[in-house]
Ligand binder design. Sequence first.
Ligand code: APR
Ligand code: PHB
Length: 390
Amino acid sequence: MRTQVAIIGAGPSGLLLGQLLHQAGIDNVILERQSGDYVLGRIRAGILEQVTVDLLREAGVGAGVAAGGTVHHSIELVFGGARHPIDVHGLTGGRVVTAYGQTEVTHDLMQARRAAGLATVYEAADVTPLDFDGDRPRVSYRKDGSAHVLECDFIAGCDGFHGVSRKAVKEHVSEYEKVYPFGWLGVLADVPPVSPHAIVYGNSERGFSLCSMRSLTRSRYYVQCPLDDKVDDWSDQRFWDELRRRLDPDLAGRIVTGPSIEKSIAPLRSFVAEPMRFGRLFLAGDAAHIVPPTGAKGLNLAATDVKYLSSAMIEFFSERSPAGIDHYSQVCLKRVWKAERFSWWLTSLMHRFPDTDGFAQKVQEAELDYLVHSKAASTALAENYVGLPL
Ligand code: APR
Ligand code: PHB
């Protein structure tokens, strides 16, 4: 089999890339290790920057977010038992974010790919990128026990943090990593969100909390928890009680509880692999970088990688110009590191660290107070939250 671009991984990065290339008339095949249902079962963050919303529209899949997304003009910080709004819209000259889940984004992209009749091989085993340092790369894989080879012009490694693409180049990669000493326990429930028009980020002496949403009838909440906690340690009742204790009394009194439909514990990590291009193999999204979820930058960074990568490939095929692919890594990493900095900063500001001493605690409290009382400081938060310019 032959295609122009072999895409490894059918998460949001791979699916969005496939769609943008298809719109430009570039043939592509996606090889995915899991089943489609498995991919859709993973619950991730749900805040889209405008650049991501625009890109989904460009890719021909903007209808879902236009109909089901909720525009947010502000965020709220809870600390010291009180709520402090940050007017993101006002501070950024009218920019906003949209609450729309990654599961929904993935679903919309999958449906568009199916409708366009594009090839996706689910449950592809032993996917291996080959010969990408020359101009005739290939990807080998197994499907239902038989061996296959996909010949191509480029390979896009969109296979997430645990994928095979970065492993294939590991001796040429510099890795930068920070692992945080806590996790997030997340609950999804079919109850109306307590704060439908602003995500709430809470810092209390009991730890971090977050009130988010998937729609006006589906909520997503999180509490910071020790890394060795197990989901089974957390009954629904324990979760709701803990969440309430970490919020201000007004919000706590208004939380509508209900049975969880998903509950999981996620570790928090910052990670960057450099460079993001190896001959004709490109890394995009979580394959190249991870941010802690505070600030919801993961999907947005993946989308901007894909924006740069699709433009570079389109330029190559239409004009035979390698300029875009030559600059891909450098251009992405510039934006990646800014989002890494922001996600690390917001994580450090909003969580309780197990080894924090009295001085560090007082500095954190002073920074929170400064943030909500200084226009300069809240503007810095707001402009990063809506996404820095491309
Ligand atoms: N072969 C084929 N597919 C693979 C392999 C492999 N060896 N390894 C992993 N994959 C698949 C995974 O099963 C997954 O479906 O690659 C896909 C990667 O998807 P994601 O992990 O969702 O990564 P990405 O598409 O880059 O999306 C980034 O996801 O983790 C969030 O916060 C992150 O929102 C961001 C987004
Ligand atoms: C989510 O909706 O899951 C979410 C929202 C905002 C964040 C992180 C996660 O910062």
